[in-house]
Write a new protein. Structure first.
Length: 337
């Protein structure tokens, strides 16, 4: 069957090709009656706009890139799925890029290399500093995610990580825990995410008049459940005493549950454990995991709202927006009786 052309729709509807084009591109000045007339012909004939031709005409591709450090991390995988679903509803296709926390890969994201390929980029940096991101000029609209500081010129969406870490630390203190550790930050050079969450952890300790003891910080060799289990196990075997544990993320918390179980330490009886991200498996661990949950629906929608405004021509200074979070209380650190 021959492809239905724009002129076929125009002839069927009895209008000009320009009018059909205006309806296809959703130009606002077309009357409701004329829009209905043209849309009826489009539906009856089964007309589908030529994406390449439309892209040449509008300068848009209909593609959005999402750049994350590691899509094997469950939170990133779940966030990518959320953003993909919401992008599709808005008429975009999502291109997923993995940077592996490489400075070179991240520099490529904020350079002009994406120009002409995608309409905009949602990017969660792991290696680049705010200043370096600000120095890179790109004609492609960018919205940043994540905990690190963002340039004043770029849009940024995040949760309040300091407040969230403070909340979860104070929750453990409310359970009577007095030696509360922190598990899962990177050895050597912690990321901005880890630094900010440790900052909130320290603030929580101070607000509860608990000692800030560096010996209660347990770094791991990698962001994984296995690395966290190894790190905590070695610390416990070396004499670490804790009765509460704030974990950098749910993977670290899952590793902690394994290390504690292997040593016969009861959770939450002897050590209460909390995670971060509320990934899907957090409600299936044994015991189930108390954790910080970001409103990922709000995160996806807010990032896409800002990006669409940039794509449509908004050129103002960056909007730095905070979306909600809450503490999900489960068996690993239940409410005090």
């Amino acid at each position: 069957m021959a492809r239905v052309r724009l002129e076929d729709v125009a002839k069927h509807a009895g209008v000009s090709m320009k009018t059909v084009s205006n309806v296809v591109h959703d130009f606002p000045h077309v009357s409701a009656k004329m829009r209905e007339r043209v849309q009826t012909s489009i539906d009856l004939l089964g007309y589908r706009p030529n994406a390449m031709g439309r892209g040449l005409a509008t300068g848009r591709t209909g593609l959005i890139a999402l750049a994350l450090a590691d899509v094997t991390i469950p939170y990133f995988a779940e966030l990518a799925r959320m953003i993909s679903t919401h992008s599709t509803k808005r008429g975009y296709r999502l291109l997923l890029e993995q940077t592996d926390s490489s400075i070179e890969e991240e520099r490529a994201i904020v350079s002009a290399s994406e120009a002409g390929l995608v309409d905009g980029v949602i990017f969660q940096p792991a290696a680049m500093s705010s200043l370096e991101i600000a120095k890179h000029r790109s004609d492609v609209p960018i919205v940043l995610l994540g905990e690190g500081p963002a340039p004043l010129g770029l849009d940024h969406v995040m949760i309040d990580n300091v407040e969230a870490a403070t909340t979860v630390t104070r929750h453990l203190a409310s359970l009577g825990r007095r030696r509360i550790g922190f598990l899962g930050h990177e050895q050597g050079r912690p990321t901005e995410t880890s630094k900010i969450r440790i900052m909130g952890y320290q603030r929580g300790l101070e607000l509860e008049d608990l000692p800030v003891d560096p010996s209660l910080l347990v770094a791991s060799a990698a962001i994984s459940a296995q690395a966290a289990a190894v790190a905590l196990g070695a610390a416990l075997d070396g004499g670490l005493r804790i009765d509460g544990l704030v974990c950098r993320d749910d993977l670290a918390a899952i590793g902690a549950l394994r290390a504690l179980a292997e040593r016969g330490i009861d959770v939450p009886g002897e050590v209460a454990v909390t995670g971060w991200d509320d990934i899907a498996m957090a409600s299936f661990t044994h015991p189930t995991l108390t954790t910080i949950a970001a409103d990922t629906t709000a995160l996806a929608d807010t990032a896409l709202d800002l990006l669409e405004e940039r794509i449509s021509g908004f050129e103002g200074l960056g909007r730095h927006l905070i979306v909600p979070h809450h503490l999900v209380i489960r068996e690993s650190a239940p409410e005090s009786a």
